[in-house]
Ligand binder design. Structure first.
Ligand SMILES: Cc1cc2nc3c(=O)[nH]c(=O)nc-3n(C[C@H](O)[C@H](O)[C@H](O)COP(=O)(O)OP(=O)(O)OC[C@H]3O[C@@H](n4cnc5c(N)ncnc54)[C@H](O)[C@@H]3O)c2cc1C
Length: 422
């Protein structure tokens, strides 16, 4: 059984594990601290990670200060590396129904306080801003958030990893964390199964990885690797509760839920002036190359790890037709001729108040978590990673991220409910 000694070990190398390792290694370097930082993942490529399944949207229009600060801090950073991550800062155009219109009006003073440019327009002005819209039914108003847009999630993750590697971070692929030994309220070591030798055929390996991530069904005869760690950080996304269980924390705050996205083609519909668009029906959509990517979060979706894509087909019963095409066509008649191209399913890690967790795990001295930022893991990643690094190295947060403490498990300032959540 191989082994490694690490000062900091992240479990999960999605956008948050990769960003966390980058921010931590950068901060340690700035402080002149030499420390061994490692990140393990069963699936470093991220075929099943939420990081490669998302819509690429970034905005800071939340209700709670912690989420606003994290996203604003991230967007400032994304602006500085815009070309590398293909940041198209073309805004968020949100057509609101009554409930979300009330919410954005209530939140607006906070956006002003944070210097976020968010314009609010009455429904009758929608066609002058979005000429494609020819049916205003159900629209109470339109918000246009300018410090917002689209980024390429793959490029951002690779940026974090590349910079982290330059700072000496080690990434261990095909390692599935299966055991954490805890002594006197401290995590001592993580035993991971090394599935690298399982099958050389890429397709078969992907199937096996999916089975493990869906069912937690791992072959206990596989070789193990021991990672002794000074500090353990759970960044396993929708699988974070499984890792929590390994160190004895009963995590009832995070539930995995399937979310689906489709790629469609629609001749004559030009979305190139806009970043993300959102309809009152909660469909979000944007231009991606020559096509359009659209998503819809059906609220009746049961919890569970389900990667099956079920939004295909053109029959009347098809969820694609019912939840995506019909509402889009109803709002914009130019969507009449649509060609369905493909789609995929990924995981949301949902919490009761729709805000994530960042902080030390209650009852454990050296275990931290940064997870379940639900539909905002990408847009929050740099701010969350910087706050995590502050906590790990300095034990306190920098001024711009001072509300980070609200995201602790204890929710010391109360629940951080987010209504403008998709
Ligand atoms: C359809 C959809 C649309 C979305 N749209 C947006 C959007 O527009 N903007 C936005 O900001 N966010 C969006 N999100 C949310 C965003 O994708 C997530 O919040 C973010 O990717 C979470 O990143 P993560 O690093 O926490 O998790 P992940 O990317 O899922 O990474 C977790 C990693 O942990 C690994 N892992 C799990 N268990 C183990 C184990 N036992 N051992 C080793 N490794 C393990 C997994 O292999 C995985 O790579 C969307 C999500 C979905 C599904």
């Amino acid at each position: 059984m191989g082994s490694h000694d690490l000062d900091f070990l992240f479990i999960g190398a999605g956008i948050l594990g990769s960003a966390g390792a980058y921010a931590l290694s950068k901060k340690l370097g700035e402080r002149g601290v030499k420390a061994a930082v490692g990140v393990i993942d069963i699936d470093m490529e991220g075929e099943h990670s939420s990081t490669l399944k998302n819509a690429g949207g970034v905005r800071a229009t939340w209700r709670n200060r912690a989420n606003i600060e994290f996203c604003k801090y991230s967007i400032d950073f994304y602006e500085s590396i815009a070309e590398i991550i293909q940041f198209r800062e073309l805004g968020y155009f949100w057509m609101h129904g009554a409930r979300s219109w009330r919410e954005i009006i209530e939140n607006h003073p906070l956006y002003e306080e944070y210097g976020l440019p968010v314009e609010l327009y009455p429904a009758e002005e929608v066609p002058s801003i979005l000429p494609l819209v020819d049916n205003l039914e159900g629209i109470e108003g339109l918000s246009v958030s300018r410090k917002a847009g689209l980024i390429d999630h793959y490029s951002l993750r690779e940026f974090y990893r590349g910079e982290a590697r330059k700072n000496g971070v080690r990434f261990f692929d095909r390692c599935y964390a299966a055991r954490v030994s805890v002594e006197r309220e401290r995590a001592k070591e993580v035993t991971a199964y090394d599935i690298a030798g399982f099958n050389k055929d890429r397709g078969a390996m992907e199937e096996r990885v999916e089975e493990i991530l869906v069912d937690d069904a791992v072959d206990h005869d596989l070789p193990g690797i021991v990672f002794r760690c000074g500090t353990l950080i759970n960044t396993a996304g929708a699988w974070a509760p499984r890792i929590s269980a390994l160190y004895g924390f009963k995590d009832e705050g995070i539930m995995p839920r399937r979310r689906q996205m489709v790629v469609l083609n629609c001749p004559g519909v030009d979305l190139s002036p806009y970043g993300m668009l959102i309809d009152t029906s909660d469909i979000y959509f944007h231009k991606e190359g020559a096509n359009i990517v659209a998503g819809y979060s059906n609220t009746d979706e049961p919890y569970g790890y389900n990667f099956e894509f079920s939004f295909g087909g053109l029959s009347e019963e098809s969820p694609f037709v019912k939840h995506i095409w019909q509402p889009l066509w109803k709002r914009m008649s130019a969507f009449e001729r649509v060609k369905f191209i493909r789609g995929w399913a990924g995981m949301y890690a949902e919490t009761p108040d729709r805000s994530g967790y960042l902080g030390r795990v209650p009852g454990l001295e050296n275990v931290y978590e940064c997870e379940a930022h639900t539909g905002r893991g990408l847009m929050i990643s740099y701010g969350a990673a910087s706050a995590l690094a502050d906590l790990l190295v300095d034990g306190k947060f920098r001024e711009e991220l001072r509300h980070a403490e609200d995201l602790s498990r204890e929710r010391t300032s109360g629940p951080l409910f987010e209504g403008l959540h998709l």
